[in-house]
Design a protein around this ligand. Structure first.
Ligand SMILES: *Cc1c(COP(=O)(O)O)cnc(C)c1O
Length: 407
């Protein structure tokens, strides 16, 4: 038996590097869209582990897949093929534009692979000058030095200079700015089809279509970072499917494992060829445990009923949130797709998203922020309507108290 030591929330500040500031309570158990803390207090979870717990907490299909695989085989190394990884790759390929898959352990690693592959592909096909990556302001692609540099938020690169070169940023949803930035030196253009961390901003259809044309005209690869928007989150299996075009490379993570760490980079045969034997790798990428869980998650999320359910639940959330916004004058706009929803605050509440999180927790509902000015919701894709209604009621009580206190 593992030896257990006494720990409380205060322990965190004693033993952890201080790069996070977690909530005042410590969750210890979850089931579906509910969580319980050390005091037995119950919470409705609209945060979903930041768009990760797509099937809620401890879904029986995930528990079964994990425990079954745990008794069979945990790890091999990339010196061997493993069945769960090959099965999951087949499922991803059969249901997307992709013809080849690379497995990693996180979103950042999936993007790192995507950016390295884009550089390598351009070298292989066009020569040494074609190295530039064009990205957008407010984007988020992970925290490794390369991915944080491609990301368009200075607050995340500050202090880490020198940064990798040949990365440009232009305003999001601005096709003319992209047209001016892209050239024959561009190896890749990368966007999130819905900017997540940057404030829940969906790309317009014209923008996405225009990016596809610009990339084709300049021999640049189009990369979609679907780490947050992917795997059913928007009501499509992947958000690109709602735009009628396909990227050349797509990164996926978060919901893919439903809470077990995994990431993947999807691409075409032609592009994949540039990752020849030995040119990239990962010790744990394609781990049998992770792939077995992700395979179970995939079967559930990819069903038409679940994807339709996400669209219906979006409407339910939107109506409830807009009513709260109207009644208290707190939201300028409720936006987003599927169960990735952002509420931009009005001028009176500018940059106070954190206060809304705190007010919600006090009433027993967990929400997120996306930057300082947007309240974000990313619940389980299976959240029951009764939990949506109860959570929105609790959130309404929290907002009412917050507004009363400020008056
Ligand atoms: C969360 C996120 C990442 C980073 O994923 P990690 O698993 O934290 O490395 C990258 N891109 C987007 C769009 C994300 O939302």
């Amino acid at each position: 038996m593992t030896q257990h030591l006494p720990v409380t929330r205060a322990t965190f500040d004693e033993v952890m590097v201080p790069n996070y500031a977690p909530a005042a309570f410590v969750p210890v158990r979850g089931a579906g869209s509910r969580l319980w803390d050390t005091e037995g207090r119950e919470y409705i979870d609209f945060a979903g582990g930041i768009a990760v717990n797509a099937l809620g907490h401890c879904h029986p299909a995930m528990v079964a897949a994990l425990t079954e695989q745990a008794g069979k085989l945990w790890h091999l190394s990339n010196g061997f093929a493993n069945e769960p990884a090959m099965e999951l790759a087949k499922k991803l390929i059969n249901n997307t534009f992709a013809e080849k898959v690379f497995f990693a352990n996180s979103g950042a690693e999936a993007n790192e692979a995507a950016f390295k592959l884009a550089r390598k592909y351009a070298k292989d096909h066009y020569g040494p000058e074609k190295v530039e990556i064009v990205s957008t302001f407010n984007s988020f692609h992970g925290r490794t030095l390369f991915t944080v540099s491609v990301g368009g938020q200075e607050k995340y690169t500050k202090g880490y200079e020198p940064l990798p070169p040949a990365i440009k940023h232009v305003p999001y949803n601005d096709l003319e700015a992209m047209r001016a930035a892209i050239s024959d030196k561009t190896c890749a253009v990368v966007i999130e089809p819905v900017q997540g961390e940057g404030g829940i901003t969906p790309a317009t259809a014209e923008y996405v279509k225009g990016l596809r044309e610009l990339c084709d005209a300049h021999g640049a690869l189009l990369i979609f970072d679907e780490v947050q928007s992917g795997m059913g989150r928007t009501g499509e299996l992947y958000a690109y499917m709602g735009y009628g075009i396909a990227p050349d490379i797509l990164s996926t993570a978060k919901a893919l494992g439903g809470g077990f760490p995994i990431g993947a980079m999807l691409t075409t045969d032609k592009v994949a060829k540039s990752f020849t034997v030995g040119t990239h790798g990962s010790t744990y990428g394609g781990n049998p445990l992770a792939c077995a869980v992700a395979s179970a998650v995939f079967d559930i999320i990819s069903s038409p009923e679940v994807l339709e359910g996400v669209k219906a639940k979006h409407a339910r959330f939107k109506a409830g949130l807009e009513a709260i916004g109207r009644d208290f004058g707190v939201f300028k706009e409720v936006r987003g797709k599927g169960l990735l929803i952002g509420c931009e605050l009005t001028a009176d509440w500018k940059d106070k998203a954190k206060d809304f999180m705190t007010a919600a927790v006090a009433e027993g509902v967990l929400i997120l922020q996306a930057g300082p000015n947007v309240v974000r919701l990313a619940p389980s894709l299976l959240i029951p309507d009764a939990d949506i209604d109860a959570g929105l009621e609790a959130f309404r009580r929290g907002v009412a108290k917050l507004v009363r206190k400020a008056a």
